[in-house]
Design a protein around this ligand. Structure first.
Ligand code: DAH
Length: 340
C-alpha cells in the first residue's frame, strides 16, 4: 500500500511542470524539504514488512532521483531568468573588508631593536645557522676542552667537516671582523640553537641579537652609555646596573640588569621582589678575539653584547610561557596587529 503511494508520487513528479519560481520552490519543499514526502517515506521504512523492504527502498530512491532531476532541469531555467532580470551586479558596492595578517612579536621586537641601533650608526650583519667550531667557539676564545663550552649545550652535526648549529650569534662577530676592517659597528640578529629541554622558560631554538663595536680607544664607559641609550629607547627606562660576570670572549664581562620597578604584583613576581631584571650579557672584546680576527689589539679595542629576543618579547608583552611564541596560534598572533 505504501509502495503504491510512492509510485503515485513518482508519477506526480514526472508530470510536474512549474509555472513560475514560486511553484518551483513549493515543489522543492514539498518533496525534498525536512518535512517533505521523501523524508516522510524514509521515516516509515522501519514499519515496512521485511519482505517488502527491498522494493520499498528502491521505490523511494526512484522518487528521490526523479525529483532531483526535475529540480535540476528547471533550476537552470529559473536561475538564469533570475540572473538576467533581477541580479545586476552593483559596481559601486564597496569591497568586502580584507583581513590583515599580523607580524610575529619576535619580528616586531627584533625590528625595534635594529631601528634603535641603526640610529646610532650600527649596520646589520648576518651569518649562517650551521656553523663551524672556529666561529662558534675557538675564535671566541673558547678552545677545545675549555670548560666554558659547557655553558651552551650544543647540537653537533658532524666531526669532519666540523659542523654544528650555532649556539649564539657571537659567531657573527667573528665572521664580521674577519671580513671588515675597523671601525666596526654592527648588530647581528638571528636564530640560535641549544640542546635544552623545552619548557615554559627554555626552548631548543630561539633568537638573539649580538652587538659589536670596534674602534680606537673604545672604553667601558662607551659600552655603558650605549646600553643606557638602548634601554631608554626600548623600555623607556634607563636605570641599569652592570654585574660582573664571565664570558670567554670578553674581558671584563658583565651582565646587564635593568631597574624594572616594583609597581605591581607582576613586577614583584618577575623580578623576584628585587625590582631588577637581567636583560643581556656584555663586555670588552677580549684581545685574543681581536687577534684571532687579525685585528691589532694594541691599536683597537671594542665592546660586545648579546641578548635573547624572546626574553625581551616576554618582558614587554608580559608573556609567561615561551612556547606560545612558536605555536603559530592565530588567536595569539592576531593580538599583535596594532603593533605593525
Ligand atoms: N653569547 C652569549 C650567550 O649566548 C651572550 C653574550 C654575552 C654575547 C656577552 C656577547 C657578550 O657579545 O659580550 O649567552
Amino acid at each position: 500500500m505504501m509502495i503504491s503511494e510512492i509510485e503515485k508520487k513518482i508519477k506526480e513528479v514526472v508530470a510536474f511542470k512549474p509555472k513560475d519560481q514560486k511553484s518551483f520552490e513549493e515543489f522543492r519543499i514539498n518533496f525534498l524539504g525536512k518535512k517533505g514526502h521523501i523524508n516522510y517515506f524514509f521515516s516509515e521504512f522501519k514499519k515496512v514488512d521485511s519482505s517488502d523492504k527491498k522494493a520499498y527502498g528502491l521505490a523511494i530512491n526512484e522518487l528521490k532521483k526523479v525529483t532531483i532531476n526535475k529540480l535540476e532541469n528547471f533550476k537552470s531555467k529559473f536561475s538564469s531568468n533570475e540572473k538576467s532580470n533581477n541580479k545586476k551586479e552593483d559596481l559601486t558596492r564597496p569591497l568586502s573588508v580584507l583581513e590583515l595578517g599580523s607580524r610575529h612579536p619576535i619580528s616586531i621586537i627584533r625590528d625595534k631593536i635594529i631601528d634603535i641601533f641603526s640610529k646610532i650608526g650600527f649596520n646589520i650583519s648576518e651569518g649562517p645557522e650551521i656553523e663551524d667550531d672556529w666561529h662558534n667557539f675557538t675564535a671566541l676564545n673558547l678552545p677545545e676542552h675549555h670548560p666554558a663550552r659547557d655553558m651552551q649545550d650544543t647540537f653537533f652535526i658532524s666531526k669532519s667537516p666540523d659542523l654544528l648549529l650555532r649556539t649564539h650569534t657571537s659567531s657573527v662577530q667573528i665572521r664580521h671582523m674577519e671580513n671588515n676592517k675597523p671601525p666596526i659597528r654592527t648588530i647581528s640578529p638571528g636564530r640560535v640553537y641549544r640542546n635544552e629541554d623545552i619548557s615554559a622558560r627554555s626552548h631548543c631554538f630561539f633568537h638573539q641579537i649580538e652587538g659589536l663595536y670596534i674602534d680606537k680607544k673604545v672604553s667601558f664607559s662607551d659600552l655603558k652609555q650605549t646600553l643606557i641609550y638602548f634601554t631608554n629607547e626600548l623600555f623607556g627606562k634607563s636605570k641599569i646596573r652592570l654585574r660582573p660576570s664571565y664570558f670567554p670572549f670578553t674581558e671584563p664581562s658583565a651582565e646587564v640588569d635593568i631597574y624594572w620597578g616594583l609597581n605591581s604584583e607582576t613586577d614583584y613576581r618577575i623580578t623576584k621582589g628585587t625590582g631588577w631584571l637581567e636583560i643581556m650579557g656584555c663586555g670588552m672584546v677580549d684581545p685574543n678575539v681581536l687577534e684571532n680576527c687579525k685585528i691589532d689589539s694594541n691599536d683597537y679595542s671594542g665592546f660586545a653584547f648579546g641578548m635573547g629576543i624572546e626574553r625581551i618579547v616576554m618582558l614587554l608583552y608580559q608573556i609567561e610561557d615561551i612556547r606560545i611564541l612558536y605555536e603559530n596560534d592565530s588567536r595569539f598572533l592576531s593580538q599583535f596587529k596594532k603593533s605593525i
